[in-house]
Design a protein around this ligand. Structure first.
Ligand SMILES: [Zn+2]
Length: 295
């Protein structure tokens, strides 16, 4: 009887030791898992230019923007100008060109951060557009995301930039003060383009040196109704995205450094982490037209 009870106690002890070891192992595993760095989700946004035409193409791009949002949500939209054709009349056309096409995105709180294109200011509707979109000024800056993956945006008015010393000085200072991981400058007019309007000598003399000196990651613009990506010039990536809904145009002979040219309606989907900034051009059928990763 004594021997039997001794065996039982031994078995119980063994079970206890096993259970304790299992519990300790699970606790250690849990602790280690808690120590692993959590992978932060990227900051996502979209960009498009030359869209407020009221044509079917504008609605097609808008539909694809909404479709994309539903499986890959993004936070906001950069408008690269020519928000309303032909003369920027926001008072008359806000509902038709802005509110109706992008209604599902507005409802989700996807805000617009616009710049003014030549069509937006041609008849003096610039201030009315600024008031409508609640723009802090013709040029402004804002920051999104968290360090170490923070992105700082610098919106310009390139209708005047080449002779606007005050704006040039503002950009120099704003860039110098920025400690964001990614600096994205955007405006309506291209520095480089093989499209109908082409490259701008005035901007390559006034804007390009500022972008390079401040190690800007990316310059986005529209104006030419196409998509074009250049090889980085002194570490700055230049992309034209003017395919948001106005009539498409063909290219002239390629400018030096032009890497990808497409005469297609599209928008850009961008995402930033601390390690990389990914830019994808998405067509109206959802096809990935081009992509580039900056590191
Ligand atoms: Zn334009």
């Amino acid at each position: 009887m004594k021997v039997r009870s001794f065996r039982l106690t031994r078995q119980l002890n063994l079970i206890l030791v096993c259970a304790l070891s299992l519990f300790m192992s699970l606790a250690v595993l849990g602790f280690l898992r808690a120590q692993e760095p959590t992978q932060a989700s990227p900051l996502r946004w979209v960009a498009m230019g030359d869209f407020g035409s009221g044509m079917q193409a504008q609605q097609k791009v808008a539909d694809r923007l909404w479709e994309t949002y539903q499986h890959t949500p993004y936070q906001f939209m950069l408008s690269l100008g020519d928000n309303i054709y032909p003369i920027g009349n926001i008072k008359k056309l806000a509902s038709d060109r802005i509110e109706t096409p992008y209604a599902p995105l507005w409802a989700k709180g996807v805000g617009f951060y616009p710049v003014l294109g030549n069509h937006d200011v041609i008849a003096g509707f610039g201030p009315a557009q600024m008031a409508y979109f609640k723009m802090p000024g013709r040029y402004y800056t804002f920051s999104k995301g968290q360090d170490p993956a923070r992105v700082e945006f610098f919106a310009l008015d390139t209708n005047t930039f080449h002779h606007d010393r005050q704006q040039q000085q503002w950009l120099r200072h704003a860039l110098a003060e920025s400690h964001a991981r990614w600096k994205v400058v955007y405006a309506h007019h291209p520095v480089y383009s093989s499209g109908k309007h082409g490259s701008s000598k005035a901007l390559s003399e006034t804007l390009k040196p500022i972008l390079e000196a401040a190690h800007v990651s990316l310059y986005l613009c529209g104006h030419d109704h196409d998509y074009e990506r250049f090889q980085p010039v002194n570490h700055v990536e230049y992309i034209v995205s003017g395919g948001g809904g106005a009539s498409l145009r063909q290219f002239d002979s390629p400018e030096p450094g032009s890497e990808r040219r497409l005469s297609k309606h599209h928008f850009l989907l961008l995402s930033a982490t601390a390690q990389s900034l990914t830019i994808e051009a998405i067509g109206v059928d959802g096809a990935l037209l081009d992509s580039v990763i900056l590191q």
